[in-house]
Every structure is written in structure tokens, then in C-alpha cells.
Design a protein around this ligand. Sequence first.
Ligand SMILES: [Ca+2]
Length: 228
Amino acid sequence: MITSRLHATSISLLALFFICIALSTCLGEIEEHEIKYDDGSFEVRFRWALPMRGYMLAVRFTPRETPSKLFRASFYIKDPNPFIVRVFDNAQKPLLEISVRPAQEGWYTVDLSGFNIIINGDFYVALECDPSAPSNPWLGGDTSMPDSRSYWISSEKGWRGVEEVAREEGNSNYNADFGIRAVLVPIDSVVIDLNPRIDSIILTVLFITPINYPSPWIVLEDLFIRFK
Ligand SMILES: [Ca+2]
């Protein structure tokens, strides 16, 4: 019985190996899509006055399909200065923070593909103030057709939409989209690097050994692979 089980285990591992190879080679081409709410022309610009942690400018994104992987984020900036890229999930739970140093004005793109951020719903990308910076970069603002997805975030007052902040300051008809964009790739088109991000594997196999047949047959009942 023990020998039989060992034999079965070795065969199941062999089967799993070929399944993994098939997964990594049969996945389709990468299909990126960019999410943007600005029209590419920025009539105004915004920034927090002081470079302090906890002060951010964010945009809420709705993915075209889920799950997707976050590949890049872009910021339309003026007065380039260091800042911190932040990513939050739909519940505003932090997913990422990295410090960046843009060198010039205009669109500044940050490659986030190496962080394996999987998006399962709305998410936020933010520009956070960097205390080590001499001042904050300006972020472009588009007032043409605002989508009410842009937020001022501070330690004291939390998350407030641009429209809400403007209303508090006595401008009840003002709104704008911040110049932040995101590029996603649907998870079924991502070429998965199987090593070492497999978290767990559940493999249920039914073994059938017909009489007079030299090796056992394998019937895969269920296969679940969970990636980190
Ligand atoms: Ca515009």
C-alpha cells in the first residue's frame, strides 16, 4: 500500500508539472488597458502646501474587469520633486508605498508590475507628500468634465472629494479630476511566473489501475492553485 501511494504521489507530481507547464505556455498575450478620467489637458494644478506624510492626492479607479494586475501608474506633474506613490484597495486599505524622484515635468510613469498588486474592485492611486522633498510637485487638474473620483487626503480630515473641499471653501460649483492614470492587465492574460509565488496547491486525483495494464491511469478530479 505504501509503495502504491508513493507511486501515485510521484505520478501526481509529474502530472502537476505538466499542468504547470501548460498554464505558463498557453496563457494569452498581455492585454493592457489604461484607465483615465482626465482629458489630457490640464487647466489647473494642485498640491498640498507642506511636504508631510499623510497628505495625499488620490484618484479612485474602477477596473474594466477583475481580477487584474496593476502594471503602471502615471502622474501629470509640474515642479518635479520627490513624492511617494501609494495604492489603496476599495476599502482604502494600503497596498503599496514607494518613493520616486521624477526628473521632469509632464507625465511621469511608475512601473508597478514587479509588486504583483492584484485588483479585485475599485482601487486608489495617490501622490503622497515626501517629507525629504524641498517641496511637493504640482499635480495637473482637469476641470473639463469632472468624474468626482479625485480626493484630497489628510491626517486631520481624512478623505474628501475635490467637490466637497471646494464646497467647504465656499465654491459650490467647483470640481476637477486629478492627473493620475493607471494601466491594468486582466489576470487571465498575465504570464505567470510560477516560482516562487504559489501559496498552496490542492490537487484531488482519482487513480485507476486497469487489469493487465502496466501503469496506472490518472484522472484529475479537481485542481486548485492559489497564487500569492
Ligand atoms: Ca481638460
